[in-house]
Design a protein around this ligand. Structure first.
Ligand SMILES: NC(=O)c1ccc[n+]([C@@H]2O[C@H](COP(=O)([O-])OP(=O)(O)OC[C@H]3O[C@@H](n4cnc5c(N)ncnc54)[C@H](OP(=O)(O)O)[C@@H]3O)[C@@H](O)[C@H]2O)c1
Length: 321
């Protein structure tokens, strides 16, 4: 699945391209399913091209069966069912991926549903736990609790003993977030999240995971607790903002901004290994579940992009290939 040109979901089209082959340290996965990420929408619109050298085929994650193994790969064999974190290429029959970015299917999760896990688990685990070091008992605020990232962040933070607050755009999404473990769900269309989070915990939020960017920057700093960590992973509300450095310094606060996709394979492999060690057991025992809004065939990918664009989904939208 490639983009004919930059534009609306109708520019997506199926095209035949040469099969990928496994170089040293890589495996080829015959894709069962992939998932839609905001980055795919941005790539389709022409504002987020894949990193140099990466395939133009959309798709940051997949599940499937290994069909070829390159030199030097010891852990994986042809026939293994896996899921994987990709730099691109998931909306396809076959994708090549460095072996360190491959994960086993957690027990109790179907092969197709496992496509919902790699990007959200790696993004949330690396940012909230490896980088911002959220601790049990701390207050965590994640914006957009009904999204793919939000539903994973709520479950993981709750499972690991944090007090969880989130923002959502509707009462339905608020209810889902509470069921997933959120202690507080603020409807950002009707309520001020700074006021509501401070009513919930008067010290504020120890860690904030934000993808709104410019529009929320000042209020995210306002809501931070002393020694709070604000982690920015998106810019859905704009990329340029003024920051009152005095306000951040007064909190002895940290502002961290990261992107997973351009990290080199070794950086991704370190995150994937930590996710397998720390997150996979929680998925295996059912504490953390893939939250799937719908699964559609590749032929309906335009409709699937539309669903995510309209934000009518909760959790992930999957595509079977
Ligand atoms: N930096 C990285 O490495 C990285 C990796 C993965 C994802 N991301 C970013 O993380 C973000 C979320 O990804 P996703 O896959 O979870 O997307 P998603 O499933 O589309 O979720 C986005 C959520 O944002 C919410 N939202 C929209 N406007 C909001 C606002 N003003 N305040 C609070 N929430 C708002 C939407 O909820 P409502 O419908 O309720 O408004 C929706 O649930 C995206 O920006 C994506 O690019 C970054």
């Amino acid at each position: 699945m490639l983009c004919r040109e930059a534009g609306s979901p109708e520019v997506l089209e199926v095209r035949d391209v040469p099969d990928p082959t496994a170089g040293p340290g890589e495996v080829v996965v015959d894709v069962a399913a992939t998932a839609i990420n905001q980055a795919d929408l941005q790539q389709r619109r022409g504002v987020y091209p894949p990193p140099p050298g990466a395939s133009d085929v959309l798709g940051l994650e997949c599940s499937g069966t290994i069909s070829a193994v390159g030199d030097g790969v010891e852990r994986w064999q042809v026939g293994d069912e896996v899921c994987a974190l990709l730099v691109s290429g998931g909306y396809a029959d076959k994708v090549v991926v460095p072996a360190g970015q491959v994960l086993p299917i957690p027990p109790g999760v179907s092969l197709v549903d496992a496509a919902a896990l790699p990007e959200a688990a790696c993004t949330v685990w690396s940012n909230v736990f490896m980088i911002a070091a959220l601790r049990p008992g701390e207050t965590f605020l994640v914006h957009g609790g009904g999204g793919g990232i939000g539903t994973m962040a709520i479950q993981l933070a709750h499972a690991l003993g944090a007090k969880v607050a989130t923002t959502v755009g509707s009462e339905d999404k608020a209810e889902t977030c509470r069921q997933l473990g959120a202690d507080l769900a603020v409807n950002y269309r009707e309520q001020d999240f700074v006021e509501e989070v401070r009513r919930f915990d008067d010290s504020g939020a120890d860690v904030v995971l934000d993808h709104i960017g410019a529009k929320y920057l000042a209020r995210n700093v306002d809501v931070l607790a002393i020694e709070g960590r604000l982690v920015m992973i998106g810019m859905m509300g704009g990329r340029k903002a003024e920051l009152d450095l005095g306000a951040l310094m007064g909190k002895r606060g940290a502002l961290i901004a990261t992107l997973l996709r351009p990290r080199p394979p070794e950086g991704k492999a370190a995150i994937v290994a930590s996710v397998e060690e720390n997150v996979w057991p929680l998925v295996a025992d059912g504490t953390v579940r893939p939250i799937i809004h719908t699964t559609v065939p590749l032929s309906e990918v335009s409709r699937a992009h539309q669903i995510v664009e309209e934000s009518s989904h909760v959790g992930k939208v999957l595509i079977t290939t």
